[in-house]
Write a protein that binds this ligand. Structure first.
Ligand SMILES: Cc1cc2nc3c(=O)[nH]c(=O)nc-3n(C[C@H](O)[C@H](O)[C@H](O)COP(=O)(O)OP(=O)(O)OC[C@H]3O[C@@H](n4cnc5c(N)ncnc54)[C@H](O)[C@@H]3O)c2cc1C
Length: 381
């Protein structure tokens, strides 16, 4: 059996970035991937244009049992380093929002650059890793097409969302085998199923503010056939609560507005007033009262205003791994060195990327984490 210095499990964002750091130091590297192409999630990321980093990426934009775990990796390979890497590879990019970067000509440019940097590594596709054993100071990687040996292993197998791409929980199984704890997994950055709305609203999009516990998320919401989606809702799923409040008119105190219209123009219908601040169908869904505003008591106006400024949802369920951008939870950071990504329980075993219990906010934070943790694992292996 040929022995490699390092075997990387997963040719995704983290695995390829790690490989580049190793081949740069002339290490022999084998990358094993169950898919038939590299970085398949990068290829579909950012709607095909890969939101590859965000200059605001610090620990406050990450979730997991220990969000501060990301600090060292983000210092060692910062969003600015990622942007410099993109520039070095002559990849054209656009800044869609301040600090939030996408590829201009498609995510494939990032994948090609990753492959170019990792060209010293051997990549074996359609190779499903089914386990890892330790034999003395060697690791034996078991796959559907035979065993491979190495002095060290980087587990960069990602999350289990988008299962139709071909994903697995082998990273968690390997970690468990070597004594690591697994934090419960769940889908996030996805739409929410709720029975609070009707399908006629599907397609309407508007800026809202969602409150989950004490956290406020200001972004766009999109009504779907089964509930709600859009960036505000995606971000709300990171907070894992069935309950949330939506403010459909975040810049307007609707009670004050209704009271003032009642004083100045009492013959207007309440519903008519609401259509001046919300899309027609939504306005009528939230308030179908055709009475003149002058005929309503202030307490009734308050109730209507509350429906718009504080719409409560109590049955919100993340739609599932099928269409979630990320997996929350995964390998506990407890027994992993944040400075090197090496297991504290098994020397030579490293982890990188989404497989670890670290999840970023929407906006390029997840790929930044995958690249940074892959960089650190590769540098220290
Ligand atoms: C639709 C979508 C859009 C997204 N858009 C963005 C975005 O714009 N910006 C952003 O920051 N993040 C985005 N993300 C999240 C981001 O793509 C991931 O967080 C990131 O790719 C994780 O990188 P990774 O290297 O840890 O895992 P992955 O990129 O998922 O790579 C893991 C690799 O491991 C391989 N593997 C798994 N199991 C096995 C096994 N048993 N044997 C062999 N190989 C195995 C897989 O085939 C895969 O190639 C998006 C995700 C999705 C699904």
């Amino acid at each position: 059996m040929k022995t490699f210095d390092t075997i990387i499990i997963g040719a995704g964002a983290a695995g390829l970035m790690a490989a580049a750091q190793l081949t740069m130091r002339k290490k022999s590297v084998l990358i094993l991937d169950m898919g038939d192409a590299p970085a398949r999630k990068v290829a579909i990321s950012g709607g095909g244009n890969c939101n590859f980093t965000n200059l605001r990426a610090d620990y406050t934009h990450y979730f997991g049992k220990n969000q501060r775990f990301v600090i060292s990796a983000l210092n060692q390979f910062s969003p600015k380093d990622m942007l410099d890497w993109v520039k070095k590879h002559n990849i054209k990019y656009i800044e869609k929002e301040p600090g939030r970067y996408f590829c201009k000509n498609g995510a494939n440019e990032i994948i090609n650059a990753l492959l170019q940097d990792a060209k010293g590594a051997t990549i074996k596709y359609n190779t499903n890793v089914i386990g890892v054993d330790k034999d003395g100071d060697k690791f034996i990687i078991k796959t559907n097409s035979g065993d491979f040996a190495s002095g060290s292993v980087i587990v960069a197998t990602g999350g289990v969302s988008y299962p139709h791409l071909g994903v697995s929980d082998i990273g968690q199984q390997i970690a468990k085998k070597f004594g690591h704890k697994i934090e419960p997994i769940r889908p996030a950055l996805c739409a929410i199923k709720t029975n609070e709305f009707n399908t006629e609203l599907a397609g309407i999009s508007l800026p809202v503010e969602i409150t989950v516990d004490k956290n406020k998320i200001a972004d766009d919401l999109l009504f779907t056939h089964f509930g709600i989606g859009g960036p505000a809702v995606y971000r709300a799923t990171l907070l894992n609560s069935k309950e949330m409040t939506i403010n459909f008119a975040p810049d307007i105190d609707v009670f004050e507005l209704l009271k003032s219209v009642k004083q100045k123009n009492g013959k207007k219908s309440v519903a008519g007033v609401i259509t001046t601040i919300l899309p027609n169908k939504l306005a009528h869904f939230l308030c179908n009262d055709a009475r003149n505003i002058a005929d309503l008591r202030d307490s009734e106006l308050k109730q209507i205003a509350n429906t718009i400024n504080h719409f409560e949802i109590n049955d919100g369920i993340a739609i599932g791994f099928q269409s979630a951008e990320v997996m929350m939870g995964g390998i506990s950071t407890d027994k992993i060195s944040s400075k090197t990504m090496e297991s504290k329980l098994c020397p030579g075993l490293f982890f990188a990327g989404e497989v670890i219990d670290i999840t970023g906010d929407l906006g390029g934070f997840n790929l930044q984490w995958a690249f940074a943790s892959g960089f650190v694992a590769g540098k220290n292996t």
